[in-house]
Design a protein around this ligand. Sequence first.
Ligand code: AMP
Length: 420
Amino acid sequence: MYKAPRGTSDILPQEQGYWRYIEEKASSLCQLYGYERIDTPAFEDARLFIRTIGPGTDIVEKETYTFEDRGGNPITLRPEGTAPICRAYIEHGMHNQPQPVRLYYFASIFRYERPQKGRFRQHQQFGFEALGSSDPTLDAEVIDMSWQLFASLGMGHLSLLLNSIGCKLCRPNYLERLKEYYSQHIPRLCPDCKQRLKRNPLRLLDCKKPSCHDIAESAPRSVDHLCPECKEHFENVIRHLSLLGIPFEKSHRLVRGLDYYTRTVFELQPRGEEGAQTALGGGGRYDDLIEELGGRPTPAIGFAAGMDRIVLNMKQQGISPYPPETFRVFVAYLGEKAKAESVKLTAELRRAGIAAISSFGDRSLKAQLRHANALGVPHTIIIGEDEVGSGTVILRDMTKGEQKPFKRGEIVHVLESMKL
Ligand code: AMP
């Protein structure tokens, strides 16, 4: 028996309401803030991600789905949404548009991770990016927007964590301080952190192992090593967030998983549940990324939320999406002539905007009503030979079990007015 590949899942019809709900709330939020939708391919040239995410990161080293296509081209299934958007920004000359360019997306993301609750090999992200300005008000806008996303979904009990990890000028000095500090604690570090110390020291700070936690808590803080420009930028982000009334907590251990971040980084987590599996969304500035990809210097900031985790969290918090459209009509028939009539009537109903399902085959009325019941349909139309002869139909209220005849020519109109 085939099964969905490990770390993937089917989103069955009964689950779809959650997804449509999030998509609708997210799209209208973007519309309110002046963001326009963009869709990029599900796969890109592998080098785009190695270059941008960083050769030493977990994502590039262990998690990408990378292969050669039949033409020998290196391909990677999209492991995140930002790099493809930067590629598109450059490719389509978006620097000629009024800056910042505000874009949003829904995208399937592929990462070869160890599957567990809230961590899958294919997941869906909703994200937005503002490209072309380093103004701290834009940081505040993007952070505000991510906060409003969860507010509009009715989700509470969230913490917004905020940090600044500096720029390419001040970060090298900070990394030196960090390495000096961690070098004194090598014997107590977990094996992963021993590697991180050599290859990606910033990630030492967000190790989830309890033994490394205490060491990270007392580590030098990036905010204490910012250059004057980054310091002022961070202070302004904080000032604007306070102005907007967004409740945030500074977290000096927040660094994010990708190499390209500069200055502001932030994450939204369910309150009291710190950890990599629980972040509902996160983002930050990436002021050098577009230039590194061959574009003009273009500071930018973005955010992405994991939709699968939002669905899990909505369920935990007892938040229901919109109820599905329930007004549907089942059309049952008895005999050949009535069958032809039912096909015609079903089409008429659909054209009038009423969801209708026609029966099939050659079954008893009892079997057809059982079918209608199993579908949860509130109304069934019954057409038999007599009804065809007299130009009528029978309308059955499935909840009450009551039946009433109507003229064939009037039934569509009757149902239309019942739907209102
Ligand atoms: P990231 O680009 O890793 O910051 O991911 C952005 C958001 O996507 C995270 O905050 C999670 O909500 C979600 N996410 C990341 N990786 C996974 C995964 N493997 N499975 C499910 N959701 C994920």
